[in-house]
Design a protein around this ligand. Structure first.
Ligand SMILES: Cc1cc2nc3c(=O)[nH]c(=O)nc-3n(C[C@H](O)[C@H](O)[C@H](O)COP(=O)(O)OP(=O)(O)OC[C@H]3O[C@@H](n4cnc5c(N)ncnc54)[C@H](O)[C@@H]3O)c2cc1C
Length: 481
């Protein structure tokens, strides 16, 4: 019988670990508490593939960031996920900050980051003409990039399923018992017997760890608020623009996104409640004011949405990737704060390597296929190719989301292809429907109709995202829906 590995948490880390495990003859079960993949930190972050000059040399963060950033282009290509190698700049506004830039440069060299250089004011402003004239120089990193984080997690989980993994959504792990050498996990309504467990539960990884009596670390939530600007502003800067970092993080950035928008944020505020993703008037005002220091003429009339991501801040400096002292087959992959997204491609083989050292037999799965087609593919075809697809299936000729050119054919596919989109947010994260300038103003009723039809439910039961987030609550006049 194949050994069973349970991976708890369907963020980018758990999803990539599950995919990595399917390269071997194992039973892999990816268990996620929520209704979809990437609803935690992996769904709301800055989406930067950091070069790796920030982490302290010798740490796991430094090693896995540099390795992960180098792996990201090929991995995203394989999984059909958007990635762009746009490079980053850390601005200095004084000679003192230039000294810090010099330190980051030296640290980057020690970490083995490729493509680093220190720019003077003239070189900097030639590269990015919309920056504040007060910037006196910068650290440039040509190996940094931007990626679509939730697409990466969803594609990784989907590819794991393509290669034989089981995906248990809406299955929170609430208890873990031992039965001899095996673990017995209570996952919502179901139970799973597993030989190894990998804890990738993000902000709740300390709570999952306590289920086996391990309270060796704790995780605190730290909120980061953002403003997203319309595509009209997407070429204000071409690089990711950082300010000199401080002890709370990498400061407020201004960056293009892979989809052509402009993103500013995040704040860094320690909050009490782990699930609190509210934005605040003060936080967003802080983002505007602080981003203006780097790029003074940002057009905030073009803001299309705001959102908050919550960091998992551990009570120790480095990523926590080690076996629990309570059980040598329970692998903690916790405290994965930034640069966790950048590091995730390298965390996956590192974690699987540790499992092998602990005795997990790794026999190659010769049928493994790492390639996966994007959910949002129709608009990239030539006119002739589009016509051929529409002749075959007229649903591809009906554009439902006009801002992002999403067809009914792609929506139906996304609802039926693992991991299936079953909510409005699920469609949004796979296809960008409702993510354009109108923010779903035109397409939401159509999307609800298609979800209801394909899932064979009443439109009254279609949800935005989390359980209970109903979109329709009753009728105003006429027949009930
Ligand atoms: C504001 C912000 C900005 C960031 N910017 C960047 C950046 O630009 N670049 C970068 O490299 N990194 C960045 N990061 C860090 C990066 O987002 C994270 O490191 C990464 O997403 C962590 O992934 P994860 O899979 O560990 O956690 P998550 O994505 O949070 O996934 C954990 C999953 O576990 C599930 N779960 C929890 N409890 C249970 C349970 N009991 N049973 C089953 N499932 C459970 C959750 O529902 C969740 O889906 C940022 C983070 C934030 C918040």
């Amino acid at each position: 019988m194949k050994p069973t590995v349970a991976v708890i948490g369907g963020g980018v880390v758990g999803s990539l670990i599950a995919r990595e495990l399917t390269k071997y003859e194992l039973k892999v079960v990816l268990i996620e508490a929520r209704e979809d993949i990437a609803t935690g930190a992996s769904g709301a972050n800055s989406a930067i593939v950091h070069g790796g000059f920030d982490p302290v040399p010798g740490t796991l963060k430094a090693k896995l960031n540099v390795e992960g950033a180098a792996m990201m282009p090929a991995l995203t290509e394989e999984l059909g996920v958007s990635y762009k190698n746009n490079g980053s700049l850390v601005l200095a506004f004084s000679e003192k900050e230039m000294e810090h830039v010099g330190k980051l440069y030296a640290r980057g060299l020690e970490n083995g980051v490729p493509g680093l250089s220190v720019l003077n004011a003239e070189e900097l402003h030639r590269l990015e003409p919309n920056l504040s004239p007060k910037a006196v120089g910068a650290l440039r990193c040509t190996s940094a990039g931007i990626v679509c984080p939730y697409s990466l997690a969803i594609a990784a989980a989907g590819n794991a399923v393509d290669n034989g993994a089981e995906l248990w959504l809406a299955s929170p792990v609430t208890a873990i018992e031992k039965d001899g050498e095996s673990f017995v996990l209570t996952c919502g309504e179901k139970t799973l017997q597993a030989d190894y467990v990998v804890n990738c539960a993000g902000i709740r990884s300390d709570e999952v760890s306590r289920l086996i009596g391990d309270d060796s670390f704790s995780i605190k939530p730290r909120a980061g608020e953002y403003l997203l600007l319309d595509k009209s502003e997407g070429d204000t800067v071409s690089h990711t623009i950082f300010q000199t970092p401080n002890e709370m993080g990498k400061g407020i950035l201004v960056t293009p996104t892979v989809h052509g928008n402009l993103l500013t944020g995040p704040t860094a505020l320690n909050i009490g409640e782990k699930g609190n993703t509210a934005t605040t008037r003060e936080g967003l005002a802080f983002v505007r004011e602080t981003a203006a220091k780097s790029v003074p003429n940002l057009n905030y009339r073009a803001v299309i949405t705001s959102f908050t991501g919550v960091r998992s801040v551990p009570d120790q400096e480095d990523f926590i990737i080690r076996f629990s002292e309570k059980d040598p087959r329970f692998l903690q992959v916790a405290g994965i704060e930034s640069p966790g997204l950048s590091s995730a491609p390298a965390i996956a083989p590192y974690a699987v390597g540790l499992l092998a050292e602990a005795g997990l037999a790794l026999t190659e799965n010769k049928a493994f296929n790492g390639k996966r087609k994007s959910y949002h593919w129709f608009s990239s075809l030539s006119m002739e190719e589009k016509n051929a697809v529409i002749r075959e299936n007229p649903a591809f000729g009906r554009v439902v989301c006009r801002c992002e050119t999403v067809t009914e054919g792609e929506i139906v596919e996304a609802i039926h292809r693992a991991p299936r989109a079953t909510t409005l947010d699920g469609l949004k994260h796979r296809l960008r429907s409702g993510m354009g300038r109108c923010q779903g103003g035109f397409c939401t009723p159509l999307l609800v109709e298609i979800l209801a039809r394909e899932l064979d439910r009443s439109p009254m039961d279609v949800e935005k995202g989390a359980e209970g987030s109903k979109l329709l609550i009753g009728k105003t006049k006429g027949e009930s829906v």
